[in-house]
Design a protein around this ligand. Sequence first.
Ligand code: CTP
Ligand code: CA
Length: 235
Amino acid sequence: KAAPAAHASLAGRTVTISAGGTREALDPVRFLGNRSSGKQGAALAAAALAAGATVRFLAAHMDVDPPAGVELVRVESALELREAALKAAVDSDVVIMAAAVADFRPAEVSDTKIKKVDGEDAPVVRLIRNPDILHELVERRNAEGGQQLIVGFAAETGDAQGDVLEHATAKLKRKGCDLLVVNQVGIGRVFGQDDNSVVILSGHGAEPQSAAGTKADVAAAVIDRVGAELARVFP
Ligand code: CTP
Ligand code: CA
């Protein structure tokens, strides 16, 4: 494995990072959520700060505190994150979507707490699709011809349709982002863990790059690669 490259500077750059897991309301007290801890996103923000960037941190639900020194925006749902991301991205040099965005939200949100009623059937929750924020960011960047590097994250498992890298390569194409950071999810892996192992795929033809170690190690490698790719794609 090659030694990590010298830190590519992000001095003077603005980096927007989303992190944590969105929560999709069912009623005033209940939501559908996911197991994202926000640890990798927080580590990315710390690494971007260390590389000299101004960091806008869009935090969905997290188990850890965002690092000090970021411009913090708290969000709850995918729709709130979408609004915050589209706004923050306007004058960002880099956007990193590390948040676990719910693919679906309840079609109806009750204004009042849902009650159980004796003798009645349990309610059925109908879900509808959330917008794809990453895809929307890419579309807008492309339409405006902006010099903005857009980075996605993907947790993949291999299945009958293909292995992790095949799924990830297809996702990179589908999303149209510049970099896709891929980790392999399994029982007890990635979610809430302190260590991580990723492959960074480039939409611009560079070789896949592996990085492993603590989430801080992985974050440093990703931010380093972001700096390098930014310099290469938008010189
Ligand atoms: N993402 C997003 N908006 C969504 C869903 C995902 O911006 N509604 C972003 C995530 O933050 C991540 C990337 O897209 O950076 C990939 O997320 P992932 O869930 O792996 O992609 P999906 O297209 O939702 O594919 P899948 O059906 O495998 O979940
Ligand atoms: Ca998804």
